[in-house]
Design a protein around this ligand. Structure first.
Ligand SMILES: *[C@@H]1O[C@H](CO)[C@@H](O)[C@H](O)[C@H]1NC(C)=O
Ligand SMILES: *[C@@H]1O[C@H](CO)[C@@H](O)[C@H](O)[C@H]1NC(C)=O
Length: 308
């Protein structure tokens, strides 16, 4: 009884000592990294610093490495105390282990991993992962504006560019005045029937009115900046009354000609048909009756003669 109690007490003390030691060992002999920002955004051509702060270390000369992971494929950025890869002349390592990109490019958008190995530490390795997104300013969009449309028709204006990151949003302007997304919210555009899609750049008029005419241009915009296309004139015409009247008149004249022609033809055709029919009818009818009568008479004669 006494011995087992003594053993239990000793076991508890050993475990307590081990716990104390492990806490102390980890906090003193461990490399621990920290970053100020795990999700970094920068505009293209601007500098950016990816921070890799060493919270604790006891090794004097730790090994520092940076890797870039793009589409799941890692490559070296900082290795054997040198910047390598496509960042070679655009980045430097700053104390303690920060990666400073001097002139960021859209191709730098990727995950970056800072790895620090400290041989003399109890926990000799740590790493942190940072996501870098490079914003790209939109280029001048392509704009499609019809030169002329007719009142009452449907038409669509289109605006598009593919370089911007994040993807561009689109705005439309008429005579340098921005179109509100919803025409009913503005006195000036109240009667217009357009539907604007700021994601695709489409501006669709369901029923064009005279007031829709003007010089249109579009602007592609994102957090990195904006670009616009040259203004293009859209004319709006009334339906061509004179032209339509002339067409209708021409149609009527053509119809009259056709009708007269048909009547003439039909008249001739009708007369000849009637004559033929009358002749054909009269002649066979006469013959038939004659034949019939004579045949009947013959029958009669035969019958009579037979009976007699
Ligand atoms: C950054 O790079 C671009 C393209 O390579 C270049 O045109 C620009 O001058 C550079 N900017 C700086 C500040 O070095
Ligand atoms: C819209 O239409 C109404 C009725 O036709 C007209 O009175 C008004 O002036 C028009 N507004 C604009 C801005 O053209």
């Amino acid at each position: 009884m006494e011995i087992s109690a003594f053993k239990m007490a000793r076991g508890r003390r050993t475990r307590f000592m081990l716990l104390l030691c492990s806490l102390w060992c980890i906090s003193t002999f461990a490399v621990i990294l920290r970053t100020t920002d795990k999700d970094v955004w920068v505009n293209e051509f601007e500098p950016i610093e990816l921070t890799c702060l060493i919270e604790s270390i006891s090794t004097n000369n730790p090994r520092i490495e940076w890797k870039k992971i793009k589409d799941g494929v890692p490559s070296y950025v900082y290795f054997q105390n040198k910047i390598s890869g496509d960042l070679e002349h655009r980045a430097v390592l700053k104390e303690p282990a920060n990666l400073l990109i001097l002139n960021s490019s859209r191709s730098d958008s990727a995950l970056y991993r800072c790895e620090v190995a400290a041989i003399d530490d109890h926990k000799p390795f740590d790493e942190i992962l940072i996501s870098l997104s490079v914003r790209v300013k939109p280029v001048a969009p392509r704009c499609n504006v019809p030169e002329s449309v007719t009142v009452g028709s449907t038409t669509e204006l289109r605006c598009m560019e593919n370089e911007g990151f994040p993807p561009s949003q689109y705005q439309w302007f008429r005579n340098n005045e921005e179109l509100p997304e919803e025409p009913k919210t503005s006195n000036r555009f109240f009667n217009s029937s357009y539907i604007m899609n700021t994601d695709t750049g489409s501006l669709k008029f369901r029923t064009v009115i005279k007031e829709d005419a003007g010089e249109y241009h579009c602007q592609a915009r994102n957090e990195a900046g904006y670009s616009k296309c040259d203004p293009k004139l859209m004319d709006v015409y009334d339906p061509d009354i004179v032209g339509i009247a002339l067409k209708v008149l021409a149609g009527v004249v053509a119809l009259i000609f056709v009708t007269v022609g048909l009547c003439q033809a039909q008249k001739n055709g009708y007369c000849s048909c009637k004559d033929h029919r009358e002749n054909n009818y009269k002649v066979p009818q006469h013959n038939n009756t004659m034949d019939y009568v004579s045949a009947d008479e013959g029958h009669f004669r035969h019958k009579s003669s037979f009976i007699i």
